[in-house]
Design a protein around this ligand. Structure first.
Ligand code: B12
Length: 253
């Protein structure tokens, strides 16, 4: 079982010790970081520290050195955000600090995005993505969008705070077959179900497949609200979108 001393980066070790007080959570984070290379830990540290200049520099350096974009995203940028999330939840940091961390994440992602979104391939399907009404979290949704584009999907990004009417309007204007909804707040999660209801009311439900995700969303919740699929992360989002796009093609054939 990995120990705190197995985490290479000194700053991250100190952060874990000072801010992750729940024993199980600390064990989980230590296990995760013990498997991550020192170079990726340095990138994660820039996110936790909210240092966008260093995140920019180290991400670029890692890519130039041959590390895969997806590795940097998962083991550097997203791993850093895991600690930020816990500090925020426990009130060790507040909105301005989290925004600085989000800015650092964005600086790193700016190098990753063009690689994941390989240009020039024929779209394999069209997906509408949005964060539901009342919710302004978009980091996870944007990662999903990058991965979807990288996998060859054309994606219409409705951004954040998207009402059921806006989803319907976008659906009517574009011949998308899959709609992806993201929610990060327990208070906004029900708006996913409300959106699906609105599609039922308009007689459009059978024409589209819904996938949902976001940290508080579970497969059970997805099923209860009437979604077609749930994805736990950006990689699953792509897998699910491919499956659902295949289903709609079969249904309309
Ligand atoms: C960054 C952040 C913010 C930033 C958002 C910046 C931005 N541009 O997104 C700011 C500071 C603005 C913010 C504000 C608030 N936040 Co906030 N925030 C976070 C934080 C720390 C990280 C979220 C994140 O980006 N995670 C990293 C990404 C990569 O993960 P992800 O979003 O889960 O996405 C992945 C998967 O879920 C999945 N996925 C996501 N979407 C989709 C969609 C589909 C279709 C699929 C298949 C998959 C999928 O794939 C993604 C990639 O792997 C979380 C804590 C946490 N650990 O989640 C709190 C958190 C979500 N926030 C919280 C709160 C309370 C708030 C505020 C209400 C705080 C306040 N008092 O003002 C406001 C609400 C504003 C609003 N109306 O939305 C709470 C929510 C608690 C709850 N149970 O509802 C959390 C959990 C923190 C906590 N207290 O523990 N926040």
């Amino acid at each position: 079982m990995p120990e705190l001393s197995d985490v290479h980066n000194e700053f991250i070790r100190a952060e874990i010790e000072e801010f992750i007080l729940d024993e199980n959570e600390q064990r989980h984070i230590v296990q995760m970081y013990a498997k991550i290379s020192p170079q990726m830990q340095d990138i994660a540290a820039t996110i936790i520290d909210g240092d966008n200049h260093l995140s920019d520099e180290l991400t670029k350096k890692a890519l130039d050195g041959g590390v895969e974009a997806i590795q940097i995203m998962d083991n550097g940028l997203i791993a850093g955000m895991a600690i930020v999330g816990i500090k925020f939840r426990e009130n060790f940091i507040f909105v301005p600090e989290v925004l600085a961390c989000a800015r650092a994440m964005k600086a790193g992602m700016a190098h990753i995005e063009p690689i994941l979104s390989a240009a020039g391939i024929e779209p394999i399907g069209k997906v509408i993505m949005g964060t539901v009404k009342g919710d302004l979290h978009d980091i996870g949704k944007n990662l999903c969008i990058m991965m979807l584009r990288g996998a060859g999907f054309e994606v219409i990004d409705l951004s954040v705070d998207v009402s059921p009417e806006m989803f319907i309007e976008a659906f009517e204007q574009n011949s998308a077959t899959v709609i992806g909804m993201s929610a990060l707040l327990t208070t906004t999660m029900p708006n996913m179900g409300v959106t699906i209801e609105a599609f039922i009311d308009e007689g459009l439900r059978d024409d589209v497949r819904f996938m949902v995700g976001g940290a508080p969303v579970t497969p059970e919740f997805a099923e209860d609200m009437g979604a077609d699929a749930y994805g736990a992360n950006a990689v699953e989002c792509v897998e699910v979108a491919k499956r659902l796009a295949g289903e709609t093609q079969t249904a309309t054939a």
